[in-house]
Ligand binder design. Structure first.
Ligand code: FAD
Length: 498
C-alpha cells in the first residue's frame, strides 16, 4: 500500500463527497477510530447533494446509538418523526392498501411462524385481520407512538437527510475529520499498482491517501470514473428509472409512517417530517412522460409547495465491485435501488460498519476485499428481490407498466420464496437477510398471496385454545395502543426535554 504517514503510521483515509453517505462514513470512522486514523473529506458546495432520502428503517436507531448520539438532539436537528412502517396503497388493486410494519405480528412457535396459527384460525371461523396482532401496525394506524420498555416498539425515522448530514458533519469535525471544500477535477492513479494515489482538486491541490471512499453519488468518480469497477444493471427487474421530488408545508400532524401510493406507471411517496412533508413520484419513463409525471405529482399533493421540483434520472443496479483496489464505494456510487422500502441509507450504514470491521492495518488484504464485496453484494441482491416482489406479485393489469411487471422473469431465489409461501405458508430468512420473515409475510399477503396450507402444529390447538391464544394477543395489542399518546404530541414533548 502506498502513502502511509511514516511519522505516525496512521492510515490516511480520504472520503470523496459529503452527502449523507460521506458524512455518515466520516462520523462513524472518526467517532470509532479518532486519532488512530488521518481522515479527510472533500466536498463541493457548488455541486451539492442529491437532496432526497428521508425515510429510513430500524437499524438506523442502532447506528445512531453506536455513534453515541442523543436521540432527542438528533430529532430536533433533523426535524425527524418516528416511523413504524410503510403503507402501500393501490399495489395489489386500485383502492386497496396494506401495511408493512417494523413490528412482529402475533407470536411465533419455533417450528412455525404466527401466520400458520392465524391461517388455522380462518378455517375455524376467526375473521380478524392479520394486522390486529401487530402493535406497531395498530399504533401507526391510530397515529400513536411512544418509546416502550425493552424497546418493545420497533421504529425508524423520517428525517431531513441534508440536516442529518449537517448534524453528522459537526460530530465528525469534532472527532478530527478534516473537511476540504473543492471540486475533484481528476483522479491520479499509481502506475505500478493501479491504486488511487491522489485526488486532484481545482486550484492544483493534490490530496494523497491510502484508502479512498467514493461517496460522490451517482457520479461514482473514483470507483467507476477512474477504476471502472463495472455495473450490474437491474432495470429488467425494477423498471422505474425516474423520480421527481418536492417539499410541501404540512397540513396535518405527522403520521408515524411513510405512504407508498402506486399509480399506473410507478408510485408516489409521502413522508411527513416535523416541519414539512416530503413528496415524490417514481416512474418508468417508457410509460409516463416527465411533464405528465410532474402534473400528476403536483396535482395530488396537499399543502403549499416549498421547493422547485427536483428531477432525478437513475439506473437501478449495483457496482460489480463495491471495494476495488484501494477504493470503497459507499452510497449511490455503489448502486441504487428505488426508495420503495427505504433501504439506501441502510446500505450506507452496512457498508460503513462493514468497512470499519475490515479496516486494514497495513497492506489491504485481497481476502478482506473479497469478503466485503460478497457480503455487500448479497445485501443488495436480497433487498432487490424484496423490492421486485412488490411489482411482480400484484393483481393489477390495468396498464402496460403493470402488465410488464406481472410478466417479467424474476430471480430464481425470489421465485422459490414466493412459491414456497404460496404452497406452504413458510418463509425462511437466509444469511442475515435484512428483511425478516414477518416482513415477507406482510408484503406477500398484502400483495395478494394467500397460502394454500399451513403447518400441522397450528391444528394441534383445540378451537378453544386457539381462541384464547388469539384473543390474548389481540387484547395485548389493543391495551398497549390505547395507552399510547398521539405521535405529534409525543415528539413535541420528547424533543423539548430530551
Ligand atoms: P449525494 O447526496 O449525491 O452526495 C454526493 C457528494 O459528492 C456531494 O457532496 C457532492 O458535492 C460530492 N461530489 C460529487 N462530485 C464531486 C466532485 N467532482 N468534487 C467534489 N465533490 C463532489 N434513501 C433512503 O434511505 N430513504 C429514502 O427515502 C430515499 N429516497 C430516495 C428518493 C430518490 C428519488 C432517490 C434518487 C434516492 C433516495 N434515497 C433514499 C437514496 C438517498 O438519497 C441516498 O442514498 C443518500 O442521499 C446518499 O447519497 P450520496 O451521499 O451517496 O450522494
Amino acid at each position: 500500500m502506498t502513502g502511509m504517514d511514516s511519522s505516525t503510521a496512521r492510515l490516511k483515509i480520504v472520503i470523496a463527497g459529503g452527502g449523507t453517505a460521506g458524512w455518515m462514513a466520516a462520523a462513524a470512522l472518526s467517532g470509532t477510530l479518532g486519532a488512530a486514523i488521518d481522515l479527510t473529506l472533500i466536498e463541493s458546495d457548488a455541486i451539492g447533494t442529491i437532496g432526497v432520502g428521508e425515510s429510513t428503517i430500524p437499524p438506523i436507531v442502532l447506528f445512531n446509538r453506536l455513534m453515541g448520539i442523543n436521540e432527542a438532539a438528533f430529532m430536533r436537528a433533523t426535524q425527524a418523526t418516528f416511523k413504524l412502517g410503510i403503507q402501500f396503497e393501490n399495489w395489489k388493486h386500485v383502492g386497496e392498501s396494506y401495511f408493512h410494519s417494523f413490528g412482529t405480528t402475533g407470536k411465533d412457535h419455533w417450528s412455525a411462524g404466527f401466520q400458520h396459527f392465524w391461517l388455522h384460525g380462518l378455517t375455524c371461523g376467526h375473521s380478524r385481520s392479520y394486522d390486529d396482532y401487530c402493535l406497531e401496525l395498530k399504533a401507526a394506524h391510530e397515529g400513536k407512538f411512544a418509546h416502550l420498555p425493552d424497546d418493545r416498539m420497533n421504529y425508524a425515522y423520517q428525517l431531513d437527510s441534508s440536516l442529518y448530514a449537517a448534524f453528522l458533519r459537526e460530530r465528525a469535525e469534532g472527532d478530527g475529520t478534516r473537511r476540504i471544500e473543492g471540486r475533484i477535477a481528476a483522479v491520479e492513479l499509481d502506475g505500478a499498482s493501479g491504486n488511487i494515489a491522489a485526488l486532484m482538486l481545482d486550484g492544483e491541490r493534490r490530496i494523497e491517501g491510502d484508502l479512498f471512499i467514493d461517496c460522490t453519488g451517482f457520479r461514482a468518480l473514483l470507483i467507476e470514473g477512474a477504476l471502472h469497477a463495472g455495473f450490474d444493471d437491474w432495470t429488467h427487474y425494477l423498471p422505474c428509472d425516474s423520480a421527481i421530488a418536492v417539499q410541501t408545508a404540512s397540513v396535518a400532524p405527522p403520521v408515524p409512517y411513510t405512504r407508498a401510493i402506486a399509480h399506473d406507471a410507478g408510485w408516489q411517496w409521502r413522508i411527513p417530517l416535523q416541519h414539512r412533508q416530503g413528496n415524490g413520484i417514481v416512474y418508468c419513463s417508457r410509460y409516463l412522460a416527465k411533464d405528465d409525471a410532474l402534473d400528476r405529482l403536483l396535482g395530488s399533493i396537499e399543502g403549499d409547495v416549498l421547493t422547485e421540483p427536483n428531477f432525478i434520472g437513475y439506473r437501478t443496479g449495483a457496482r460489480r465491485k463495491q471495494w476495488y483496489r484501494n477504493c470503497v464505494a459507499v452510497g449511490l456510487s455503489g448502486g441504487f435501488m428505488e426508495p420503495l422500502e427505504s433501504t439506501s441509507i441502510h446500505l450506507i450504514q452496512r457498508a460503513v460498519l462493514r468497512l470499519i470491521r475490515m479496516l486494514p492495518s497495513g497492506p489491504v488484504s485481497e481476502r478482506d476485499i473479497a469478503e466485503f464485496n460478497d457480503q455487500q453484494f448479497a445485501d443488495m441482491e436480497q433487498i432487490r428481490d424484496f423490492l421486485i416482489l412488490h411489482y411482480k406479485v400484484t393483481e393489477r393489469r390495468d396498464s402496460p407498466f403493470w402488465r410488464q411487471c406481472a410478466a417479467m422473469p424474476i430471480p430464481a431465489s425470489l421465485e422459490q420464496k414466493i412459491e414456497l409461501f404460496r404452497e406452504t405458508g413458510r418463509v425462511f430468512r437466509r444469511n442475515e437477510e435484512l428483511f425478516v420473515e414477518n416482513s415477507w409475510v406482510q408484503v406477500m399477503m398484502g400483495q395478494g398471496i394467500m397460502p394454500q396450507r399451513y403447518h400441522p402444529i397450528a391444528a394441534k390447538l383445540r378451537p378453544d385454545e386457539l381462541e384464547a391464544f388469539l384473543s390474548m394477543l389481540r387484547d395485548g395489542v389493543e391495551r398497549t395502543v390505547a395507552s399510547l399518546p398521539a405521535h405529534g404530541a409525543y415528539i413535541a414533548r420528547y424533543c423539548a426535554v430530551g
